[in-house]
Design a protein around this ligand. Structure first.
Ligand code: IPE
Ligand code: IPE
Ligand code: MG
Length: 253
């Protein structure tokens, strides 16, 4: 990722998103274009992650969620899954110091228990080491799928009702949110998808109710800080109405 050449773009620090979520797609196509193995694309993609984390930290964006591995990605060829897990472990270990130094807390959303034990061990160690960090939350979505997340939440709620720890009349939207992996986090204000596909691929379906969505053709390994800043600028120019009437027209009587 290029360091910066963002002179032409000025962001308003007051209206930056509190939570940015990214569907980091296009590693395989990037490698294919370069006549390389898909794994090379994943390797290059993991390099980009650090620069986006750094950019968010510099901009004081409170929460960054990165979709790194979906529940559906387990169905990829065994050797690709293995390589992805290996890269993930490498990333978790190599970023430890950087996260500590920059006061960033690591959290996992998804089925952490499904990850290989050696990966879980490193993930747990980094989560424990960074648990008191409070300048930024880095959520890695690993073995994450929204439908799994919602299904698990429903089961937990039903169990509470059956054990008389909850009355069904107390089920609210907030209660449901509190049973998701993203409990206590703001919903994503902005969801970016690289790689040009117009779909959410089972990512944050509940939480994305009013997210602004930005899709770019850039393949994840080519994503730059410049492009990220331009996307944030585009976000700041949008009118988020949440179903209401635009601020500029609300006094028209
Ligand atoms: C995203 O890149 C990384 C993961 C889903 C793990 P892809 O591997 O999906 O890349 P494309 O979409 O095939 O180019
Ligand atoms: C979404 O990308 C998942 C991640 C980026 C981790 P996919 O490549 O798995 O999504 P589809 O298959 O194009 O929908
Ligand atoms: Mg893909």
């Amino acid at each position: 990722m290029k360091s910066n050449s963002t002179q032409d773009v000025t962001l308003n620090p007051e209206t930056l998103p509190a939570h940015v979520a990214i569907i980091m797609d296009g590693n395989g196509r990037w490698a294919k274009k370069k006549m390389m193995n898909r794994i090379k694309g994943h390797e290059q993609g993991s390099q980009i992650v650090r620069s986006v984390v750094t950019a968010c930290r510099e901009l004081e964006i409170g929460t960054l969620t990165l979709y790194a591995f979906s529940t559906e990605n387990w169905a990829r060829p065994k050797h690709e899954v293995k390589a992805l897990m290996m890269l993930l472990k490498k990333f978790i270990v190599s970023e430890r110091e950087n996260l500590l130094k920059n006061n960033i807390r690591l959290n996992i959303i998804g089925q952490k228990h499904k990850l290989p034990l050696d990966v879980q061990k490193e993930v747990d160690a980094t989560m424990e080491l960074t648990k008191d960090n409070n300048k930024m939350l880095l959520n890695l979505a690993l073995s994450y799928g929204s439908r799994e997340e919602i299904t698990t939440a429903v089961k937990q709620i039903v169990e509470k009702i059956e054990s008389k720890n909850l009355d069904s009349r107390d089920i609210t939207q907030d209660l449901i949110s509190d049973h998701l992996y993203t409990k206590a986090m703001p919903d994503p204000d902005l969801i970016i998808r690289t790689g040009g596909e117009y779909r959410l691929s089972n990512f944050l379906l509940w939480q994305a109710a009013y997210s602004e969505i930005y899709i770019c053709d850039t393949l994840w390994p080519d994503f730059t800080k410049d492009e990220f800043i331009k996307i944030l600028k585009n976000y700041q120019e949008r009118d988020r109405r949440f179903g209401k009437v635009a601020c500029s027209t609300s006094n028209d009587g």
